[in-house]
Ligand binder design. Structure first.
Ligand SMILES: NC(=O)c1ccc[n+]([C@@H]2O[C@H](COP(=O)([O-])OP(=O)(O)OC[C@H]3O[C@@H](n4cnc5c(N)ncnc54)[C@H](O)[C@@H]3O)[C@@H](O)[C@H]2O)c1
Ligand SMILES: O=c1ccn([C@@H]2O[C@H](COP(=O)(O)OP(=O)(O)O[C@H]3O[C@H](CO)[C@H](O)[C@H](O)[C@H]3O)[C@@H](O)[C@H]2O)c(=O)[nH]1
Length: 336
């Protein structure tokens, strides 16, 4: 197939693009390089540099596109509180422009990068897709709005557009480059994610890691998250595209739009993550307890039963030390 990956110069998008290429697909990346990197676009993919809203119509209008994997987004929770316009325009308005282009050019498949942030503070754990969606931050609200928009476009398309929204929990780890290809991992100029920040301490790039609260109602008092390896995540996109290609019953039953959580189903606390980083790096990694971060839920763990049942997805990198080891190999490789 010929597939367009928006945000394919970013962390998740570049790994998805690499997996699609490895599976024999032709890949076109649309990326404005706002938070991505030109050299993260895998060799073999064609980069169209520009804003999705500006170039989607032209790229899809050229014809022959079988599907779009839409990863491009603004995704900093804190920034979304102070610059909401950047999120409503950058995420929602951009995605509507993409949906219009999909409809205009009759592109039949869409896989969207949604997020656990659509749920907000969960009432039950693990979180299933029918849990209440009450985002606690603007970023999550924009992603939920896009999920709703996709549902309405798919429903109105009378079978011309089928879509899967994948609600990622905490993406981590890195894709190892094979045969001289560069490794692909997290390279955010503004890094907010726990594992890369802890590894920066091990690299001597920061003094210590701040632990956002040790008074949560969890076994060790720190927040619990569900860490999913980026290679497992990328595989789910391939499976989703396959399911859409089969006009899968599950998608039809869902009105043309299926929502699936993606996580390992196991939660690890912040202290457990720091311990794993100490084991993997051999560095003592000083940690300091700091106040809670606004908008953080205490526990976010996915039920991925639907992804397993409908996509046939099975994560293979479920060991926390293994996930951290891959992130460490990537971070150390970039630092030397
Ligand atoms: N990383 C995670 O833990 C996580 C968790 C849940 C959901 N997500 C979602 O996954 C997606 C990818 O996240 P990531 O961590 O790889 O982020 P990232 O910042 O590394 O990648 C996003 C890419 O999109 C590009 N981009 C952004 N807006 C664009 C636009 N309007 N036009 C063209 N290109 C644009 C950026 O330049 C960047 O290359 C996002 O949609 C994010 O919301 C990520
Ligand atoms: O310096 C830090 C950074 C993070 N944390 C803690 O580590 C855990 C994980 O934090 P991340 O920022 O790595 O991840 P989040 O769970 O906040 O973020 C995830 O969920 C978000 C929405 O809630 C977005 O979807 C985001 O892209 C996704 O990675 C949280 O409990 C956070 O409080 C710390 O203690 N110290």
């Amino acid at each position: 197939m010929t597939l367009v990956v928006t945000g394919g110069a970013g962390y998740v998008g570049s790994v998805c693009a690499q997996h699609l290429l490895d599976a024999g697909h032709d890949v076109v990346v649309i990326d404005d390089l706002s938070t991505g990197h030109r050299d993260a676009v895998p060799a073999g993919a064609r980069l169209v540099e520009g804003d999705v809203a500006a170039v989607a119509d032209e790229v899809l209008g050229a014809g022959g596109v079988d599907g779009v994997v839409h990863c491009a987004a603004r995704s900093l929770v804190g920034e979304s509180a102070v610059e909401p316009a950047k999120y409503w325009h950058g995420n929602v308005v951009t995605s509507i422009a993409l949906l219009d282009a999909l409809r205009r050019h009759r592109v039949p498949r869409l896989v969207f990068s949604s997020t656990a942030a659509t749920y907000g503070e969960p009432e039950t754990s693990p979180i299933t897709e029918d849990a209440a969606t009450r985002p606690t931050n603007t970023y999550g609200a924009t992603k939920l709005a896009i999920d709703h928009a996709i549902g309405t476009y798919a429903a109105a398309s009378q079978g011309e557009l089928a879509a899967v929204s994948l609600r990622y929990f905490n993406v981590a780890g890195a894709h190892a480059g094979a045969g001289g290809a560069p490794a692909l991992g997290e390279r955010h100029a503004v890094e907010t994610h726990l594992i890369p920040l802890v590894l920066q301490v091990a690299l001597g790039q920061r003094e210590e890691i701040a632990v956002f609260g040790d008074d949560w109602p969890t076994p060790d008092g720190t927040c619990v998250r569900d860490y999913i390896h980026v290679d497992d995540l990328a595989e789910a996109h391939l499976l989703a595209l396959d399911l859409l290609g089969q006009a899968g019953a599950a998608v039809a039953e869902a009105g043309g739009h299926l929502v699936c959580n993606l996580g390992n189903g196991t939660g690890f606390s912040v202290f457990e993550v720091i311990e794993a980083c100490r084991r993997v790096t051999g560095h003592p990694i000083p940690a300091r307890v700091a106040p809670r971060r606004t908008g953080d839920p205490g526990v976010l763990v996915a039920s991925s039963a639907r992804a397993r049942a409908e996509l046939g997805w099975k994560p293979t990198h479920t060991d926390l030390d293994g996930i951290v080891a891959d992130a460490w190999a990537f971070a150390r490789g970039r630092a030397t």
